[in-house]
Unconditional design. Structure first.
Ligand code: COA
Length: 370
């Protein structure tokens, strides 16, 4: 079987983002990811991805208000989701909840806002239900990141809350788009058939769920907890590799150096700590990263495996107060901005995506053919 996983195959021209795996650089619509994520909020990233430019003050305020209204609308529809939010896994709940959206939209709002809001509202409502609590109604006056934290039940003193929301904004922007990753490709395949955006996003959620894509941060946190202290890291990593298991948060299909978003997350965590919010796992994560990179380098010197975004995603989402069972759904809350931009781009200029396969099965027997 050809198992190259389409590595290196170009399937689209895009103006949305560029991943330079050799130099460790990510450009989102003309902006390096680090300044973009550290200086702008999620609404600005949505505007950039959806319209091609960072918004001016008026456009930003309009998008923020529209997204706030869309969260209120999504919240009002929670009762119509049946048992979607009873799923044990947040991504299963998200897939079922988003599938309830009407392909043409229901809200008197652009469908992009309705879909983006539904991800944050459904994910946080799932978390509350799981804890046996009522869902928390959105506050449309807040920014999307701040309201996501609020709806998840994270309430802290105002200054600390602002620092956490800012860190979450950095995460959401940094994770908003990333070339032709598996979930984005999935969304584009669905969009290429001229299906609808809701169907494309539901399919993308399914792709993002897997631990080889967006499902790694939860296991990264579990790994850090299992290791416990920097001194235990060499032994733990050696044991995992000897058992043939992968180190979560390490390695990437495209990057041959450290994922640039890992550094963005680190900067955001440092900023969070400067704002008075301690990140309980930063020191341990840095120690484990050093050990894992060295061990993987010894085993596979030609493959160059380094930390990917998910490694520090676990640390930052934990530091802002979110529980690991919500990590993949928060990734979806960020990446949905990119999915929607790719869906538009695919519909506007793309062709039906329909690759070929090589048949290696049996041929009909001659007797059958006769
Ligand atoms: N730990 C240990 N070994 C790893 C590894 C990791 N995290 N990532 C890759 N490898 C090894 C593989 O075992 C493979 O070795 P082999 O050829 O002896 O089988 C080799 O490196 C190449 O890996 P491959 O799976 O072909 O790379 P890929 O491009 O298909 O996969 C990932 C990329 C991200 C799926 C992979 O690195 C991985 O599974 N990482 C852990 C999960 C993770 O962090 N996911 C989040 C991604 S953002």
């Amino acid at each position: 079987m050809d198992a190259n996983g389409l590595e290196g195959i170009v399937v689209a021209d895009t103006t949305l983002s560029d991943v330079d795996g050799e130099r460790g650089r990510l450009v989102i619509r003309g902006h390096d990811v680090e300044p973009l994520a550290l200086q702008h909020d999620f609404e600005a990233a949505c505007a950039l991805l959806w319209s091609g430019a960072l918004p001016d003050h008026g456009a930003h305020a309009a998008l923020r208000a529209g997204l706030g209204r869309a969260r209120v609308h999504a919240f009002a529809r929670l009762g119509a989701l049946g048992d979607a939010l009873d799923a044990r896994d947040a991504m299963d709940a998200l897939r079922a909840a988003l599938a309830h959206l009407h392909a043409d939209g229901l809200a008197p709002l652009p469908l992009k806002l309705e879909i983006t809001a539904a991800v944050a509202v459904s994910a946080t409502a799932w978390l509350r239900r799981r804890a046996g609590c009522e869902a928390i109604a959105p506050d449309p006056a807040l920014g999307h990141a701040a309201d996501l934290l609020r709806m998840a039940g994270m309430a802290f003193a105002a200054r600390e809350q602002a620092a956490r929301a800012r860190a979450l904004d950095t995460y959401l922007v940094a994770a908003s788009d990333h070339g032709m990753n598996a979930s984005t490709f999935t969304a584009r395949v669905v969009a290429s058939t001229h299906s609808d955006a809701v169907s494309a996003v539901v399919a993308a959620i399914g792709a993002l769920k897997g631990p080889l894509h967006g499902g790694a941060p939860g296991p990264v946190l579990a790994m850090l907890d299992a290791i416990g202290s920097p001194e235990q890291a060499p032994q733990w990593v050696a044991r995992e590799l000897a058992a043939g298991r992968r180190i979560m948060g390490m390695g990437h299909r495209v990057y041959r150096v450290r994922d640039p978003r890992a550094a963005v997350m680190e900067r955001a965590i440092e900023r969070l700590e400067a704002g008075g919010v301690r990140s309980p796992r930063l020191a341990l994560a840095r120690a484990v990263e050093a050990v894992a990179v060295a061990s993987l380098g010894e085993r596979r010197p030609e493959r160059r495996l380094a930390a990917n975004v998910e490694f520090y995603t676990a640390v930052i989402l934990d530091a802002v107060g979110l529980p690991p069972e919500l990590f993949s759904a928060v990734f979806a809350a960020a990446r949905v901005a990119g999915w929607l931009a790719h869906i538009d781009e695919q519909v506007a200029g793309g062709r039906l995506i329909r690759p070929a396969s090589r048949y290696v099965g049996p041929q009909p027997s001659l007797a059958e053919a006769a």
